[in-house]
Design a binder for this molecule. Structure first.
Ligand code: NAG
Ligand code: NAG
Ligand code: NAG
Ligand code: NAG
Ligand code: NAG
Length: 689
């Protein structure tokens, strides 16, 4: 572990202990829960689609955000009013009766009619521990990153904004809002307060009939009364309290900034109405009534009318142009500490997973190896090494964890779970607003397994290059000559003891240390030092057909071997070398068709391949005359010379001098001498070709 990491862990432990000792015994359980939760934390699976234009519905948990967002966007088909213990409630999917039942994922509701996107944001209050805090913050940052024009609805239940009530619920909401909305001035035309669960107070109304009699009934106070009550609460209770605290020098600077922001928000809410097209100015304080009868929400008059008014308000607001930096979504210091610990653990997991992938890549590369084809193996390893080096370079060039992970190809059949871990790291990175694994660690520790794969393939490539050079050395003329002339078995693995192989022996020792397969050497050497095999196919008294095959063939050796293998005279000789044929001496094969095929030809000195036909056999003398004066017998014509041979040569590389090839027909034999006449001589015959 690097010193820096050690320090980080020490710091985290210290902070954690501090966080624990600070809390009272009841809270300590929460801390431990938090740790457990982050150790099993799974990255949020939902991917938010954030439109550029959104209405953010913000407020404490349980303030009715979901109900409002669904109701305004006409997604309230499932919502109905029920009555319990004399009170009316709204029920519906995702609308929690209890505070903790709400999701951490912001939910988007699109209203077709007004083309408005409502984001039902998770509640401000952090009652659900670090994990939901992390997820919530991650999503809200996502919204902040993508939304470009926003309106903001702050929600507060009616009971929390009434004179004489406990102010803490509303103040909590305001202070969260002040932290999140870093620049309230931008929201001057875009911010409204929606008071939810409004149960208008019932007032007694006296009716006077024309005869001076008075009757009375109970009626709901008008909405304007509710609004003025809220305005009074804001201006007379909330604002002075916040303003005083913002000036209190015993309050920390950061908190005072936040308090001043809260005051600005209150000021905007108190600005008065917003201009609307149809209804002129409407109040910035919207009312979301509690139902006053049971049934589907759409059937309840007070809800229908209320919605129309709220929609007017939302339409009346203008969208504010915002940037990511206008929002301050962040996790608490305590959650940051948990996150840091989780990062350490994930970092180790990811490094281990990358190691397994590296090993798998090495295993996979074994398919490049073919002991029977060293050259092809060498080429494949060279190609793989190049690819691995490219991948390693690409990985090291990643700017962050997410990019790095996206660049790692995990084979489908692999059990390695990198994506999940990377996703969590990315979430923790986003919420902690700093790189969780710094670039140097990515380029070293994280990229190390890939570097190791590259190094491994490079060794394999070099080993095969060495085997190839060893093979070539054993196929060279001096070694082949030595093989041919050696009476003792040619040295195979024991060659390392020969002084002329000192360099090879040294290289071999170095390779052995890297765990290369030394059996390859024996295989290569025995292949290259195996002399050619000669067969006589079709051996007839009239002549034989010989085939010589080997890695490397000395032509003089092949001719001698062929002659030995066939009993009759050679009619045809085929020589095949997989590596080289050395034309090492002049060979004479009168009239024999010769086939030589080898990828490489090398000539030593200036040899000739002589396939000339033999000359015709000379004849004796014709019988002499019996008696004087008679003619002796005529001499017979000379014998024909042998036909010239044919050479079929196949090769690609040719080294050394040009080979001289001669394939003339043999000269005709000399004609028979005429018999001695007792007067005249006989004529000689003509020689054949
Ligand atoms: C909104 O409009 C689209 C297409 O115009 C339609 O498919 C969708 O069902 C509508 N949604 C609602 C909730 O009315
Ligand atoms: C690689 O091969 C070794 C030896 O055959 C094996 O033990 C190991 O599990 C393999 N690793 C992977 C990741 O495939
Ligand atoms: C590294 O990344 C930068 C920016 O993404 C790119 O311009 C550069 O070509 C990359 N280098 C390599 C070696 O991939
Ligand atoms: C080692 O080399 C020999 C000869 O080339 C080969 O037959 C064998 O399969 C190799 N062993 C391994 C483990 O690759
Ligand atoms: C000489 O006599 C022998 C035997 O009688 C005979 O075969 C031969 O042809 C004769 N030679 C000549 C030139 O007549």
């Amino acid at each position: 572990m690097a010193l820096r990491e050690v320090l980080l862990v020490a710091l985290a432990t210290l902070l954690l202990r501090h966080a624990r000792s600070q809390t009272s015994n009841g809270e300590q359980v929460v801390s431990r829960d938090g740790e457990d939760c982050l150790s099993q934390y799974a990255a949020p699976a939902t991917v938010l689609a954030v439109p550029e234009e959104v209405v953010l519905v913000l407020g404490n948990s349980g303030s009715g955000k979901s109900a409002l967002a669904k109701h305004l966007s006409r997604h309230d088909g499932d919502m109905k009013a029920v009555r319990e213990n004399g009170e009316f409630f709204i029920e519906g999917d995702g609308i929690g009766g209890s505070i903790a039942s709400v999701t951490s994922v912001p939910e988007l509701f699109h209203d077709n009619e007004t083309a408005t996107n409502y984001f039902d944001c998770p509640g401000f209050e952090d009652t659900r521990g670090p994990c939901s805090e992390v997820t919530t913050t991650y999503y809200m940052k996502d919204i902040a990153r993508h939304a470009r024009r926003v309106k903001v609805l702050l929600l507060a239940p009616h009971f929390a904004v009434r004179k004489g009530q406990d102010r803490s619920d509303f103040l909590t909401m305001l202070r969260h809002a002040a932290r999140v909305l870093k620049d309230p001035a931008k929201l001057q035309q875009s911010l409204a307060l929606v008071v939810t669960k409004v149960e208008a107070p019932v007032v007694k109304r006296n009716n006077y009939d024309g005869y001076g009699r008075v009757s009375s009934d109970l009626v709901k106070a008008p909405d304007s009364d509710v609004r003025s009550g809220v305005e009074a609460f804001l201006s007379r209770e909330v604002r002075p309290f916040l303003a005083a605290m913002a000036e209190d020098s015993s309050v920390q600077q950061e908190e005072r900034t936040e308090l001043r922001n809260a005051v600005k928000i209150v000021d905007i809410l108190l600005l008065g109405g917003v201009e609307t097209r149809r209804h002129g100015r409407v109040s910035r304080i919207g009312l979301f009534h509690a139902p006053d009868e049971v049934g589907a929400l759409g059937d309840i008059e007070i809800m229908r009318n209320g919605r129309a008014e709220l929609l007017e308000l939302v339409q009346g607001l203008g969208y504010a142009d915002v940037q990511q930096g206008d929002f301050g979504f962040s996790v608490s210091a305590r959650t940051k500490v948990f996150a840091l610990r989780r990062v350490q653990q994930l970092n180790e997991d990811v490094v281990a997973a990358l190691g397994v992938l590296g090993q798998a890549a090495k295993n996979q590369s074994a398919s490049a190896y073919d002991p029977s084809d060293i050259r092809a193996s060498q080429e494949r390893y060279a190609e793989l090494e190049k690819k691995a080096a490219d991948v390693a370079r690409h990985l090291k060039n990643s700017t962050d964890v997410k990019e790095f992970c996206l660049r790692v190809a995990v084979p489908e059949d692999s059990s390695v779970q990198l994506a999940d871990k990377c996703a969590i790291l990315d979430v923790l990175q986003v919420v902690s607003e700093q790189p969780v694994v710094d670039h140097a660690v990515l380029a070293t520790t994280w990229a190390a397994p890939m570097d190791s794969v590259t190094e491994y393939l490079k060794e394999k490539k070099e080993w095969h290059s060495f085997l190839l050079s060893l093979y070539q050395r054993f196929n060279s003329y001096p070694v082949q000559l030595q093989r041919r002339s050696s009476s003792t078995p040619f040295p195979s693995s024991s060659f390392v003891e020969l002084p002329e192989f000192a360099a090879e022996a040294e290289a071999l020792a170095a390779f052995a240390a890297t765990g290369q397969n030394l059996s390859d050497v024996a295989a290569v050497v025995s292949t290259a030092s195996r002399g050619p095999k000669t067969r006589c196919v079709g051996d007839l008294p009239s002549g034989g057909h010989a085939v010589v095959e080997g890695e490397t063939v000395l032509l003089s050796e092949a001719v001698a071997a062929a002659r030995n293998s066939c009993a009759g005279p050679l009619q045809l000789l085929e020589v095949y070398a997989l590596n080289t044929v050395f034309v090492d001496d002049t060979v004479r094969l009168p009239s024999v068709p010769l086939v030589v095929a080898a990828p490489r030809w090398e000539t030593l000195g200036s040899p000739t391949i002589n396939l000339d036909g033999e000359d015709g056999e000379p004849l004796g003398s014709a019988p002499a005359a019996n008696c004087s004066g008679e003619r002796g017998h005529d001499g017979r014509p000379g014998n024909p010379g042998g036909p010239g041979g044919v050479l079929l040569a196949v090769g690609m590389d040719f080294a050394g001098n040009k080979v001289r090839v001669s394939a003339k027909g043999g000269a005709g034999g000399v004609g028979e001498e005429g018999g001695a006449g007792s007067g005249g001589g006989g004529d000689g015959g003509a020689g054949g070709l």
